[in-house]
Design a protein around this ligand. Structure first.
Ligand SMILES: Cc1ncc(COP(=O)(O)O)c(C=O)c1O
Length: 450
C-alpha cells in the first residue's frame, strides 16, 4: 500500500495548483493540510493534533466527526441527491427545514430562502430589500448602510456591505450606495460628552447617516449581533433597541447577519434575542450544518414574505442550489443535535466561565488591552500601550507572530490584526478550554513579552 503523502509533500502540490480564499503565499508557506477532525481537535497530514480554536471558521459549532450528519447526507443522497427548487419543484427536507426554522427563529420571521453560504445570503437580502421597496412603491430606497469592521462575505454586494477595508482595494470600484457607520465597540468608541451612553451614541450614528443619505434613498441597515471576523465586538446592551427605533422611524429594514451568531454561538439560538429586538430580515449559514456541508439562507418577516408572494413580478433570484435536498437534510439532523445537546445552553455556560478565566489570566498583562465576549465567542485585543490603546505598527507583524506562537503550542485560530479570536466548538470540554487559556497567555508572553 502506498504511504500517505506528508504535510510538506501535499503542500508542495497545493502551492502548484490551488488558489485559496484569502490567498497569501507567505502566509501559506507553513500551512497545514488537515486530514481528520475529531471533537474539538484537528489533525494534520503528519498526524499532529491541534485544538480547533475557531470551530474552523466559526462554523463547526457541534464539533468534528458526527456520524449522524454523514448518515443524513447518505440517506438523502441515496433517495435523491438533488432536484430543482425553482417554482414548480420542491422537496421534503427543504420544506421541513423551512417549517422548522419558523419555529425557532424570531416570531415574525416565518419564510425562508436557501443559499449555499453567507455571502450569497447577504446578496439575497440586499436584492430582497430592493424588491420589497419597489413593490411598496418606493423604488428610490436602494442604499445599504453597514458598519466599520462588519463582515458579510465576498460576493460583490456583500463585499461592499463589509466594513473591513482590506477586502476592497484590488476590487474597486465598489457598487455606489453603500456606506458604513462606526462599530459600537465599547473599548474604542468615544465616551459621549453629553452624558448619554456609548450604546445610544453609537446607535445614533445610524440616524445621522440615514439623514445624510436621505431616508427616501436608504433600503436597509445590516449588522451582526456580535461582530465576529471584525474582532468579536460586543455592542453595549442598549444599542440594538435604539437601532430598531431608528429603523422604524425612517422605514429602513433591519437586516440581522446571524451567519456566525445563529444556532447557539452567543448562548441563545439567535443573537438579537439577547437584546429583545426583532429584525425584519435575517441571514444564516455556517452552524446550520455545523460546517459539514455548505448551506445558508435568509429569513423574512411575514410582511416582507407577503410582498414577495403577492408580487406580480416574480422573484427572479434563480439559484441552482437553493433548497438543496441533501444539505437541507443535513441541516435537519444538525438542528436535532443542537437541540438534543442544548448547544446554546452549553455556549452560555462554558463561554461565560471561559471569559472569566481569560480575564483572570490576562487582565493584568501589560499589553492585553481588552478581553471581551458573549457566549462562546471571545476577543483578546493586544495593544502596544495600554494607556493610549495604541496598536503595534503593522511592520511588527503581530497577527502572524501570534498565529505562529499559538500553532507552535497546538492551538489553531485566527488573529484579526491585533485581536485573537476564540470560538471553539460549543461541545469543547472544560479541560481543553482551560488548556486554551494557558496557551493564549504563553503565546502572548512569547510575542510581546510581559
Ligand atoms: C457574519 C458573516 N456574514 C457572512 C459571511 C460570509 O459567509 P460565507 O463565507 O459562507 O459566504 C461570514 C463569513 O465568515 C460572516 O462571518
Amino acid at each position: 500500500m502506498n504511504r500517505p503523502l506528508s504535510n510538506a509533500a501535499l503542500l508542495q502540490k497545493d502551492h502548484q495548483h490551488m488558489i485559496h480564499p484569502l490567498h497569501h503565499t507567505a502566509g501559506h508557506a507553513d500551512g497545514r493540510v488537515w486530514t481528520k477532525g475529531e471533537g474539538s481537535h484537528l489533525y494534520d497530514a503528519d498526524g499532529n493534533r491541534y485544538i480547533d480554536g475557531l470551530s474552523c471558521l466559526w462554523n463547526v459549532s457541534a464539533g468534528h466527526g458526527h456520524q449522524e450528519l454523514a448518515d443524513a447526507a447518505y440517506r438523502q443522497m441515496t433517495d435523491m441527491a438533488f432536484c430543482s427548487s425553482y417554482a414548480g419543484g420542491s422537496n421534503r427536507p427543504a420544506i421541513e427545514l423551512a417549517e422548522r426554522l419558523s419555529t425557532i427563529a424570531y416570531p415574525k420571521i416565518n419564510s425562508f430562502y436557501f443559499t449555499s453560504g453567507g455571502g450569497e445570503a447577504t446578496d439575497s437580502n440586499i436584492k430582497l430589500a430592493r424588491f420589497y421597496w419597489k413593490a411598496k412603491g418606493k423604488p428610490g430606497k436602494v442604499k445599504v448602510i453597514g458598519r466599520d469592521w462588519g463582515y458579510h462575505g465576498v460576493t460583490f454586494a456583500a463585499m461592499c456591505a463589509t466594513g473591513i477595508k482590506g477586502y476592497w482595494p484590488m476590487f474597486e470600484p465598489r457598487i455606489p450606495g453603500f456606506s458604513h457607520i462606526p462599530a459600537p465597540d465599547p473599548y474604542h468608541y468615544p465616551m459621549p460628552e453629553d452624558g448619554s451612553s456609548q450604546g445610544i451614541a453609537a446607535a445614533n450614528e445610524l440616524e445621522k447617516e440615514i439623514l445624510a443619505q436621505g431616508p427616501e434613498t436608504v433600503s436597509m441597515f445590516i449588522a451582526e449581533p456580535v461582530q465576529g471576523a471584525g474582532g468579536v465586538i460586543v455592542p453595549p446592551d442598549d444599542y440594538f433597541g435604539r437601532i430598531r427605533e431608528i429603523c422604524d422611524e425612517y422605514e429602513v429594514l433591519l437586516v440581522c447577519d446571524e451567519v456566525i451568531t445563529g444556532f447557539g454561538r452567543t448562548g441563545k439560538m439567535f443573537g438579537l434575542e439577547h437584546y429583545g429586538v426583532e429584525p425584519d430580515l435575517i441571514q444564516f449559514a455556517k452552524s446550520i450544518t455545523s460546517g459539514s456541508v455548505p448551506l445558508g439562507g435568509i429569513g423574512m418577516s411575514d410582511e416582507i414574505a407577503e410582498t414577495v408572494t403577492s408580487s406580480k413580478t416574480p422573484w427572479m433570484h434563480a439559484y441552482t442550489y437553493s433548497g438543496h435536498p441533501t444539505t437541507c437534510a443535513v441541516a435537519l439532523a444538525t438542528l436535532d443535535l443542537i437541540e438534543r445537546e442544548d448547544l446554546p445552553g452549553q455556549a452560555a455556560a462554558k463561554g461565560e466561565a471561559m471569559l472569566k478565566k481569560l480575564h483572570d489570566a490576562l487582565d493584568d498583562h501589560p499589553r492585553v488591552g481588552n478581553v471581551r465576549g458573549k457566549g462562546m465567542m471571545h476577543g483578546i485585543e493586544i495593544v502596544r500601550d495600554k494607556q493610549t490603546k495604541e496598536a503595534f505598527d503593522a511592520d511588527f507583524g503581530l497577527g502572524a507572530k501570534l498565529t505562529k506562537a499559538l500553532m507552535d503550542r497546538g492551538l489553531y485560530t485566527r488573529v484579526r490584526s491585533e485581536v485573537i479570536c476564540n470560538a471553539p466548538p460549543l461541545t469543547t470540554d472544560e479541560s481543553t478550554l482551560d488548556e486554551m487559556v494557558g496557551i493564549y497567555r504563553d503565546a502572548i508572553v512569547e510575542v510581546v513579552g510581559g
